[in-house]
Each structure stands twice: as C-alpha cells, then as structure tokens.
Design a binder for this molecule. Structure first.
Ligand code: TMP
Length: 206
C-alpha cells in the first residue's frame, strides 16, 4: 500500500484536531495504518516554539519562523517517529499543521517572502500528497476558542486571525500548481466537514 502524507490546516479553532481524529478512524477502518502527528512537535525545538507562542519566552517573528522551520526539518528526519520514517514503514501520516501555517502565520509578522522560500525550497522538508484547509471565518474561530479555553496564545486574537486567513489564501494561490490543496467549509457540523475531508483524501488513494 502506498503510504500518504496528508496535512490538515486551518485557523485556530477551525477544528483540525477533531477532523484528524475522524479521518484517522476512517482510514483505519479501511485497513490502513495511520500515524497522527502535529507541529509544533513534542521534540526539543517544538518546546522552544511553544514557549514563544505562550509568550513565556518573547521572540521576534523571524526567530519564531526559524524555530518552526528547524522543528519541521527535525520532524521530517526524526529516526524514531519522523515523517520519512513513518512513510517508509507504509504508514499514512496525518499532520496537524505544516509549512502552510508558517507561511500564513509568520508571514504576517516577518518577511513573508523569506518565510515562503525557506520552507518551499528546503530539500529536507517533504511536500505533502494533500493539504486540506478547514476554512472558517476568523470571528467564528474566536467564538469557538472562547468556549474551549481560558488562555490565548500570541496569534489568537481577531486582528491577527483576519490577517492570517488572508495570508493563507495568498499562499494557496501561489502554491496552486505545486501543491495539492483542497479548501473545505469548516462552518458546519463535524460529520459534514469530515465527509468533504474524506472525499479529498479518497481522490489521492485512487
Ligand atoms: P495548535 O497546537 O493549537 O495547532 O497551535 C499551534 C499554534 O502555532 C497555532 O496558533 C498556529 C501556530 N503555528 C505557527 O504560527 N506557525 C507554524 O509553522 C505552525 C506549525 C503553527
């Protein structure tokens, strides 16, 4: 079986975690072996990223972009549970966020061209077989986050999310011919969203 590398993207609050769970269940029910992973990772560079996102260690936008990129290279290469290793074992990899997040989020706080290039041109960062973007209005994202959490990370406010959403669209237009990107309306019941996500995935399994 040809293992696939699938990325799920979206603004904070758009439901990536839920959709990854539902997609993984569905692929497993088809007899596929599936690994779920996420960025920032649980590795040591991912830890530095989380400290920056929480505001615990203040860092510039460029520092954060570079840390995310380093975390991503490590995520690809990790000999125990890295993306390359998992795919080589025949396991599908579903990743919660990837370089599209860097291009969109860090692209609003440092030079977007530089962020785009370091990620798109890095030979150690694998291109996914599919990226599904869970599209949700920035105001609805904030409403959902307010229900679910008592704290906020540095990008979790309305002005930031509006700019990030626009940036995602710029990035997708730019990557249109290079990457396989499918936009799904995430403002519906999770089961309805999951149907569309699965339809996109089925197309790459054929
Ligand atoms: P999450 O664990 O809730 O998905 O949060 C990760 C946060 O990190 C989220 O606000 C998006 C942000 N992020 C970036 O800014 N750049 C990146 O490259 C990645 C992977 C995530």
């Amino acid at each position: 079986m040809d293992a696939k590398f699938i990325v799920i993207e979206g603004l904070d609050g758009s439901g990536t975690t839920t959709q990854i769970r539902l997609l993984a269940e569905r692929l497993r029910a088809m007899g596929r072996s599936v690994a779920e992973t996420a960025e920032p990772t649980n590795g040591s560079i991912g830890g530095l990223v989380r400290d920056a996102l929480s505001g615990f260690t203040p860092r510039t936008g460029a520092e954060i972009a570079a840390l995310f990129m380093a975390d991503r290279v490590a995520h690809n290469a990790n000999p125990v549970n890295g993306i390359e290793k998992l795919l080589s074992e025949g396991r599908d990899v579903i990743c919660d966020r990837y370089y599209y997040s860097s291009m969109a989020y860090q692209g609003t706080v440092t030079d977007p061209e530089w962020v785009f290039r370091i990620n798109a041109d890095c030979p150690e960062i694998r291109k996914p077989d599919l990226c599904v973007f869970l599209d949700l209005d920035d105001e609805e994202c904030i409403r959902r986050m307010e229900r679910g959490r008592s704290y906020r990370e540095i990008y979790e406010n309305e002005n930031a999310l509006l700019a990030i959403r626009k940036r995602y669209y710029d990035v997708f237009r730019r990557l249109e011919v290079r990457d396989n990107i499918v936009v799904v309306d995430a403002g519906r019941a999770p089961e309805a969203v999951a149907e569309d996500v699965f339809a996109a995935v089925r197309r790459i399994l054929e």
